[in-house]
Design a protein around this ligand. Sequence first.
Ligand code: SAH
Length: 344
Amino acid sequence: MYNILDFNIDELKTWMKKNNESSFRASQVMDWIYKNNTWKFDNMKNIAKSTRDKLNENFYIGIPELVQVYESKKRDTLKFLYKYRDGNVIETVVMKYDRGNSICVSTQVGCRMGCRFCASTVNGMVRNLTSGEILAQVLAAQKEIDDRISNVVLMGSGEPLDNFENVIKFIEIINSKYSLNIGQRHITLSTCGIVPKIIELADKNLQITLAISLHSPEDEVRLKMMPISNKYSIKSIIDACKYYIDKTDRRVSFEYALVKGVNDSDIFAKKLSNILKGMLCHVNLIPINEVRENDFKKSSKDNIKSFLHILSQSGIETTIRKEMGSDINAACGQLRRSYLESKK
Ligand code: SAH
């Protein structure tokens, strides 16, 4: 059995032809799934029974089961815990902004990058999600909120560039007219900085936004937070970003989670601005979400302001990420972790 959400339209057309069906059936099926949220072949009324039987024999429509929903007090953030057919659960977050709904999707079950402040990585990586499984999070969430999702960030659990092929296919499909038609400029991919994959992504020449979880301008300090720093230096990441900008003409976004006494001093802000000066980029400061696996603490408001000020003074566009949904454990991986613990 195949998950039909893993198929792009050309693949489905080929399948139809091989099975003595008109390739036009592929477009009809895609319409039902993506435009009408119809997730049972038997409800696809303009498709003959014999064709539906064939579809039922060979495919399933892999919408995950909704296990839990959390809504923040302000009702602007929803967190969904979804379960796939093999029993694995992942989390998906929807944020409602005035300019539209944004979704944060997971790309792997767990993560193997080992960032010390992140709850997603605590039990390691179980498996990659397929393109269809990532896409299904968007379909399911749209139905749940009964509204269109216009922005996608690949910033949930998992490292997208550690699941490269599936992530690229997900972007290709969600961007297609027959599917959800979400513009590439409305898609952001966030990575801890796997340099060769950043280069490969740049060579694809997409118009998506690349976000880098930088978190420090100093390799030694970054290593205390992110083991991936053993493999790739900050310089090599910045060089890869410059290559990405050259290729795509897109502004790169740097995420910087501020941790008290670790990476939040004025000296760090100055070092960071030296590294980024003149680059087509944007810095997003994130007050770290405290998780119980470590003793990383959030920086003070004054510290965050001062950090912002130094960067802005150097001409680097900087914003502070609005904290949404911290009352519902919306920080990466916390919900899945509590769920797994409750099952023990
Ligand atoms: N693996 C990718 C995407 C998932 S993490 C990456 O590393 O970018 C998404 C973002 O959340 C990253 O910037 C990550 O560093 C950040 N993050 C993870 N745990 C966090 C926490 N406890 N507080 C604040 N940000 C966190």
